[in-house]
Design a binder for this molecule. Structure first.
Ligand code: PRP
Length: 175
């Protein structure tokens, strides 16, 4: 059976929620500059949309990590594939993710980045699967809590496809 995509969160709802998050972040960071860190690749769509809705000064940097191990489970041992271009010292850092699942990636990434001396460090994710959590990470801004289903769109892929979907979907019809 060919795979199909079922809409879980329609585009309008995603847009509305990102707008709300942008407003909240703008209030919380009033008088400050927020330094957004995008964890590639999945975080890039969300970060761009979020950044457009933040009204305090924004700077951005990008990094790419891989966790050792194959398949859909992350091992939690984070290897930096592409590091940030700029130092974090003294910055109000907001890490932007597309999804938090076991929490392993962020748990280890936070440890690495905190050693670089940011003034503050918080987490914003579009999607959260709290029931899957293995590591205790404190998530400050969540777009949507979702059930444990295989989701794609808005940066999330299935075999590198579907990242460009403007909504959150569930892949069906795959083994
Ligand atoms: C996803 C997501 C997080 C991580 C979450 O990235 O963007 O970084 O997995 O999983 P965890 O909470 O269980 O650690 P992925 O490794 O799929 O890379 P990609 O964004 O390049 O697709």
């Amino acid at each position: 059976m060919a795979e199909t995509i079922r809409v879980l969160v329609p585009e309008k709802e995603v847009d509305k929620r990102i707008e709300e998050l942008g407003k909240k972040i703008s209030e919380d960071y009033a008088g400050k500059q927020v330094h957004l860190i995008c964890v590639l690749k999945g975080g890039v769509f969300f970060m761009c949309e979020l950044a457009k809705r933040i009204t305090v000064p924004v700077s951005m940097d990008f990094m790419s990590v891989s966790s050792y191990g194959a398949g859909t489970e992350s091992s939690g041992i984070v290897k930096i594939v592409k590091d940030l271009d700029e130092p974090l010292e003294g910055k109000d850092v907001l890490i932007v993710e597309d999804i938090i699942d076991s929490g392993r990636t962020l748990f280890h990434l936070m440890k690495i980045l905190k050693e670089r001396g940011p003034k503050s460090m918080h987490i914003c994710t579009l999607l959260d699967k709290p029931e899957r959590r293995v590591e205790d990470v404190k998530v400050d801004y969540v777009g949507f809590n979702i059930p444990d289903e295989f989701v794609v769109g808005y940066g999330l892929d299935y075999a590198q496809k579907y990242r460009n979907l403007p909504f959150i979907g569930v892949v069906e019809g795959v083994e």
